[in-house]
Design a protein around this ligand. Structure first.
Ligand SMILES: *Cc1c(COP(=O)(O)O)cnc(C)c1O
Length: 457
């Protein structure tokens, strides 16, 4: 009986996915108390597993977001490719511990292969180490942990052993347009956000390289420079060639947050945007954004495997001597110990799309973003950014907050808001494999209708 539950769960998942195109993109008239009540109390005794599944589905159904569907343009959100979503079901059923080659040779081998493919697609050095983490937050944290090790080692300081008390003060140079996950990583790693030397961002969203060079010349402190592939509002890229050369000339470590933008490197047409990025020391990117791998999936890469492993690996007494040395140990490159076998979904996504499919997905998303920009401009809205990638910033005069609210309420599509250079704007991000031209046109119609509604009030 309980053996029928996995196929039942898969069938329910299939039905949900089949309905993504029709259901409101965001729940209408959500009643949190009704959901809480439907989830019930902690029972004293057991419940039939089939009833548990049905109750879960019924309870949360009214609160689900169709973010895996074709008209969700909020944040930077991918859907999940068919093979990747199905591989995720298998990942659950297999329930492998992806810690090392003893806990699961399968998990270790798949990560080894998929990690190699990722480096190849993203144009990163074949010798770089990598870790499958939970997202770009994890990737940024791991990259900066490796950086912390390396820049302090050069100053004769063993941070893993000695900690940060009494260490030479490390300076973090980053653009004002950096993602908030960089700041959180700095907090978690003990640098503190006061360690930041902030460099202005140009109107495009790229770091001001002249200001960066200026900031680098003011101190000989151990330095980490954070650059960005894909500014989260505009999609802009930093000038990697110039910025990395300037940073390396001062002995700094360069970490690149490429949560979504690094995927431009997988497209022959867009690769030029990432020119020079392979010269950096560490990189973070996401699987669950543009690669359309289910949550949670991200990657940390490092040009210096020893620094990477020094920052994240551990050896416990019960592991020594037990390790089949021939196999890579995934747990040496991530902050987790026991962990989900995160490689299966990534392997499946890459295998389904192939090199050409990844390039096509990236290019199609960008073409759809340009379509958004063109149609919204025709409708009288103001497109504020140069649409270099998959991000579009849109203003509706003084009506923007109300238009956003009306669009989000419509259930037709969902986009978030942002503040860019002091202005409140709508932010559109196209990153889902399911999105078509018709979805863009339908969404534009919904946005313009919402604007008319606001103007008519
Ligand atoms: C989304 C994003 C992050 C954080 O990624 P998560 O997957 O949410 O951990 C970091 N940097 C940039 C530029 C992003 O777009």
């Amino acid at each position: 009986m309980a053996d029928d539950l996995l196929p039942r769960a898969a069938a329910l998942g299939r039905d949900f996915r089949a309905g993504l195109d029709e259901r409101p993109v965001f729940p209408r008239d959500l009643d949190p108390d009704a959901v809480r009540a439907a989830l019930g109390e902690l029972p004293d005794g057991p419940t039939d597993p089939a009833a548990v599944l049905d109750q879960l589905r019924e309870a949360v159904e009214p609160a689900l977001v169709a973010s895996a569907g074709p008209r969700y343009f909020g944040f930077v959100t991918g859907g999940s490719l068919e093979a990747a979503a199905a591989a995720d079901v298998l990942t659950t059923a297999w329930d492998q511990n992806g810690f090392n080659a003893l806990t699961s040779p399968a998990a270790a081998l798949v990560e080894e292969v998929a990690g190699g493919w990722l480096k190849d697609l993203l144009g990163l050095p074949p010798t770089a180490s990598f870790g499958f983490v939970t997202g770009a937050q994890g990737g940024n944290t791991v990259g900066l942990a490796a950086a912390r090790h390396a820049v302090l080692e050069r100053h004769g300081w063993d941070v893993e052993r000695q900690g940060l008390h009494g260490a030479p003060r490390v300076r973090i140079v980053a653009g004002s347009g950096r993602h908030a996950t960089i700041d959180r990583a700095l907090r978690l790693l003990g640098f503190g956000t006061d360690a930041l030397a902030e460099v202005p961002t140009a109107p495009s969203g790229s770091i001001d390289v002249a200001a960066l060079a200026g900031a680098l010349s003011t101190s000989d402190a151990p330095t980490i420079v954070c650059l960005q592939a894909g500014e989260v509002n505009t999609g802009a890229f930093d000038d990697f060639r110039t910025a990395i050369a300037a940073a390396h000339a001062r002995g700094a470590w360069v970490h690149v947050d490429g949560a979504f933008g690094l995927w431009a490197a997988a497209s022959p047409r867009l690769r030029h945007l990432t020119e020079g990025v392979a010269e950096a020391d560490s990189w973070a990117t996401d699987g669950h954004k543009w690669l359309n791998v289910p949550y949670d999936s991200g990657y940390a890469f490092c040009a210096h495997p020893a620094a990477h492993a020094a920052a994240t690996s551990y050896t416990a007494a019960y592991l020594v001597g037990d390790r089949p040395e021939a196999l890579r140990s995934p747990g040496d490159f991530v902050p987790d110990s026991s962990r989900r076998a995160r490689g299966f979904t990534t392997w499946a996504a890459l295998r389904q799309l192939g090199r050409a499919g990844v390039a096509e997905l990236v290019e199609r998303s960008c073409a759809l973003a340009r379509r958004f920009a063109a149609r919204l401009s025709e409708g009288g809205a103001e497109v504020v950014n140069d649409v270099v990638l998959n991000q579009v910033l849109v203003g509706f005069g003084d009506d923007t907050p109300q238009v956003l609210e009306a669009v989000q309420r419509s259930g037709e599509c969902w986009m978030g808001g942002t503040v860019w250079q002091g202005r409140r704007l709508m932010r559109v991000s196209v990153s889902n494999w399911r999105t078509t031209e018709a979805d863009v046109d339908r969404s534009v119609a919904a946005i313009l209708a919402a604007w008319r509604e606001v103007q008519g009030r």
